[in-house]
Design a protein around this ligand. Structure first.
Ligand code: DNO
Length: 360
């Protein structure tokens, strides 16, 4: 297992790489170039980033994310040009040692919350929060406005301004696109991209829908074991994998996370893991919790044990942290709570290795 940390690049991430390096056991990043969906990541830009990361003593083997252009998801005639650009980006990233590319196939919205800083009554910290009822009252335009307002000036991953500028038009274009049609377009994409991944030794890792159900009537096809069973069959290859996010899938209590990890881990279809905890507050109503099992509803020991048993060489990152100790940071992506999360998960890993034998 390689413990990694999500980082947005020195231009827009207030966390210096030397702080990341000082988290015990941190091997590298899940990092990115801040570029709009659809454009090529050029070799010189990738080199500059990778050199900077290596100079800090960290690895750069996972990219999160290379976003998929909406025209590919909608199956528009322009998709071929965007797929060609995606393929060039894969080839360029592989030249600099990238092994996994995290992405998603969610229409329009990536992750979605109704409050980015909901106070946790037990300890006065705050975390990301979702209540479907609030969403119903808000509607897509309002949630976008609120999220931008509450993001404290940080660009939020998945909420890039250029994506949202076209929101109304894009929402209209999705009317009439069914989940099956979306899956067909996904298949078209994978059939073109995965052979290149096989050739250059890269794995594509699809992030789940977050939250794990359809929103605003948009088709969503990645929020259960059944969905992922279909996805891995769209193109049957070790290059077609999941980024199994425990908090995204775990937002639906019907998803048994350790068992889903075992299922896809045994098939060698887990390219990366996001590990975090959620606290259920009711139907389609949850907030994010500290990583410690007892503060939420997911069993982190069982999650780490499933990874240990079935995909011990995967990349993990402690996902979303709470805001603690008065840190001012990008919602979900502060330093302190994610560092605590990494240490806790490393502690579980150490005890697994000492109990059952060294792995990963
Ligand atoms: C949210 C993230 C997601 C993820 C993308 C992958 O915090 O986990 O934005 O990076 O869905 O493309």
């Amino acid at each position: 297992m390689k413990m990694t940390f999500r980082w947005y690049g020195s231009q827009i991430d207030p966390i210096p790489l030397k702080y990341v390096k000082q988290i015990p056991g941190m091997s590298g990043l899940m990092g990115l170039l801040d570029k709009p969906a659809g454009v090529v990541w050029e070799e010189d830009e990738i080199k500059a980033l990778v050199d900077e990361v290596h100079a800090a003593g960290l690895e750069f083997e996972v990219v999160e994310s290379v976003n998929v252009h909406e025209d590919i998801k909608m199956g528009l005639p322009t998709r071929d040009e965007y797929i060609a650009n995606y393929i060039t980006t894969i080839r360029n990233l592989a030249k600099f040692g990238v092994k996994v590319i995290v992405y998603n196939f969610m229409p329009v919205f990536d992750w979605l919350r109704t409050d980015l800083a909901r106070e946790i009554p037990e300890d006065g910290s705050n975390s990301l929060y979702f209540n479907e009822k609030d969403l119903g009252e808000m509607g897509p335009m309002e949630i976008v406005r609120r999220t931008a307002e509450d993001s404290k000036g940080f660009t939020l991953p998945g909420w890039e301004p250029e994506r949202l500028a076209l929101l109304e038009t894009t929402l209209k274009q999705y009317e009439g696109i069914t989940p099956d049609m979306l899956r067909e377009n996904y298949k078209y994409f994978l059939e073109r991209v995965c052979p290149v991944c096989e050739e250059v030794g890269v794995r594509m890792a699809c992030h789940p829908d977050d939250p794990a159900w359809p929103i605003f009537g948009l088709p969503r096809i990645a929020h259960s074991q059944e969905d992922y069973d279909k996805i891995v069959k769209l193109y049957d290859s070790p290059a077609n994998t999941l980024c199994l996010c425990t908090g995204s899938l775990g937002s639906n209590p019907e998803n048994d996370i350790p068992s889903i990890i075992r299922h896809f881990g045994e098939m060698d279809r887990i390219g990366a893991m996001h590990v975090r905890n959620v606290k259920y507050l009711g139907y389609r109503h949850f907030r994010e919790a500290a990583h410690l099992s007892s503060t939420g509803d997911l069993d982190m020991f069982e999650i780490m044990k499933a990874i240990y048993d079935t995909c011990p060489d995967t990349y993990i990152r402690p996902d979303h942290g709470r805001m603690i100790w008065d840190e001012e940071g990008r919602p979900g992506y502060g330093l302190f709570d994610r560092a605590l999360g990494a240490c806790y998960l490393n502690g579980i890993w150490e005890s697994l290795c000492k109990t059952y034998g060294q792995k990963g």
